[in-house]
Design a protein around this ligand. Structure first.
Ligand SMILES: CC(C)(COP(=O)(O)OP(=O)(O)OC[C@H]1O[C@@H](n2cnc3c(N)ncnc32)[C@H](O)[C@@H]1OP(=O)(O)O)[C@@H](O)C(=O)NCCC(=O)NCCS
Length: 426
């Protein structure tokens, strides 16, 4: 989608077009948002200035003034391009609203820190209203402060903190606020309502919208944060009044290929595996881990220091209290009779109480409560409550003993579990 015309867009550099003196040196590709221009050429005048002539493609976005035939502009060559003389490469322009050609350089309205370093040569674009900190490096074809869809009039301020490194082809939309030392990978898109704290890293090919990252968050490649669900917002009215943003606490790590929906609140030091999916209206406490390929299916409450292993399915409305543990391949379920006409209103996930452990490949039924510090053995089907501190095994799972009676088969420790302070042996 294309932004609406912006009244403060600039047109070229204001220098005279040196057509009489110029010679055509090479044809160049000129980017027009996603549209390629039909033809273009770079020319070089005797004074060392380059020009570009562009025949715009016929499918200019609506609201953009169509040029009659040629658009003309010129720009100052980078030292490299100057050195290369007529063989200037990669000279590119983004065509901005009002059919002006904005040389891909900061506009006069952008506030530039003193130590700005331009990696992208002439090819990046900074829209009006962008405040760049010191020592910001911008990669080729990156676009900073891009107006969002339908954004008209004065653009909201976009802030890029000191020392930021913006990768090639990255897009940061108008209004984003980004802290110091930001590292942004190639091709990442950051929406206008995103707020990123100091010292964060976002990998390549990510899309962040409706996101608040606290300090020092690492987001790896190909992560999507802030997806808006198509429906379901009114499920049991849970989260109906939540702000549709993803909040990620300080020092968290979100590994590659993960998707997190909006209306998710995550505490500090969250540790997220690869390919995790976390749906809307979910809270996750401090220091919790969600392992690779696991799915947290929305409207879920997860406490502090919880461990969710790989390939785990946490159903909607499940509750996992502090320090509980759900291990590999386990499935928590929430509907007693799937596809019953009243399945949705009767949906209720299990409650895994504080310190309880669900071993590998366990199914935990709807409405089931796994008591504090209890342990459900591998492969069990826990369709009824398990009392606190009990070991339950089998299909269906039945309590067989206290967890405090378990002994280490290797003799390394007398008892793997001991009652926590203030709790009698169950
Ligand atoms: C539940 C568990 C802790 C029981 O350990 P244990 O008490 O040392 O086991 P025991 O050998 O004393 O078993 C006691 C009885 O329960 C049975 N039993 C043990 N685990 C069982 C299980 N998972 N399913 C069915 N029966 C089981 C044993 O066959 C034995 O029955 P018996 O007395 O008729 O012979 C263990 O089997 C277990 O599931 N550990 C978790 C493994 C796991 O998934 N770890 C995840 C890490 S990623």
């Amino acid at each position: 989608m294309f932004p609406a015309p912006h009244p403060t867009s600039r047109t070229g550099t204001g220098r005279a077009w040196p057509s009489s003196r110029s010679r055509r040196v090479r044809r160049a590709r000129v980017r027009l948002a996603n549209h390629q221009c039909r033809s273009s050429a770079i020319s070089r005048g005797r004074d060392g200035w380059y020009g570009v002539s562009v025949m715009a493609s016929p499918d200019l976005p609506q609201g953009w003034r169509k040029p009659r035939r040629l658009l003309e502009a010129h720009f100052t060559p980078s030292p490299f391009q100057r050195k290369m003389g007529g063989k200037a490469r990669g000279a590119a322009f983004d065509i901005v609203p009002r059919s002006s050609i904005m040389p891909a350089r900061p506009s006069s309205a952008a506030s530039i820190g003193k130590e700005r370093d331009v990696i992208g040569g002439e090819t990046y674009t900074v829209y009006p209203g962008v405040v760049l900190g010191k020592d910001v490096r911008i990669g080729p074809y990156a676009v900073l402060g891009l107006p969002g869809e339908g954004q008209e009039g004065e653009l909201p301020q976009t802030v890029i903190g000191d020392g930021a490194r913006i990768g090639a082809h990255a897009v940061i939309e108008a209004g984003a606020r980004i802290g110091k030392g930001f590292r942004c990978g190639h091709g990442t898109v950051i929406g206008g309502d995103v707020v990123i704290g100091d010292g964060c890293t976002v990998g390549a090919g990510c899309h962040l919208d409706h996101v608040r990252l606290a300090e020092g968050v690492e987001v790896q490649d190909l992560v999507v944060l802030g997806i808006l669900p198509l429906d379901k917002y009114d499920y049991h009215q849970v989260g109906a009044d939540w702000e549709p943003v993803v909040e990620v606490g300080a020092g968290s790590v979100i590994r590659s290929h993960t998707s997190i929906y909006a209306k998710v609140r995550i505490g500090p030091r969250f540790n997220c595996g690869h390919g995790v999916r976390i749906r809307e209206c979910t809270t996750i406490g401090e220091g919790t881990t969600v392992g690779t390929n696991s799915q947290v299916d929305g409207f879920v409450t997860i406490g502090k220091g919880v461990l969710i292993h790989t390939n785990v399915h946490i159903c909607q409305f499940a509750i996992l209290e502090d320090e509980s543990y759900v291990t590999a391949g386990s499935v928590l379920t929430n509907t007693p009779h799937p596809r019953c006409p009243l399945a949705k209103p009767c949906m209720k996930g299990p409650v895994i109480r504080r310190g309880a452990k669900v071993a590998a490949n366990v199914v935990v039924g709807p409405y089931v409560e796994i008591g504090e510090d209890a342990l459900v053995g591998a492969g069990a089907a826990a369709m009824k409550d398990v009392p606190a501190g009990q070991v339950a095994v089998g299909v269906p799972a039945k309590p067989i003993k206290s967890v405090y009676e378990l002994t280490c088969p290797f003799g390394w420790i007398e008892h793997p579990y001991t009652p926590r302070e203030g709790r009698s042996e169950g």
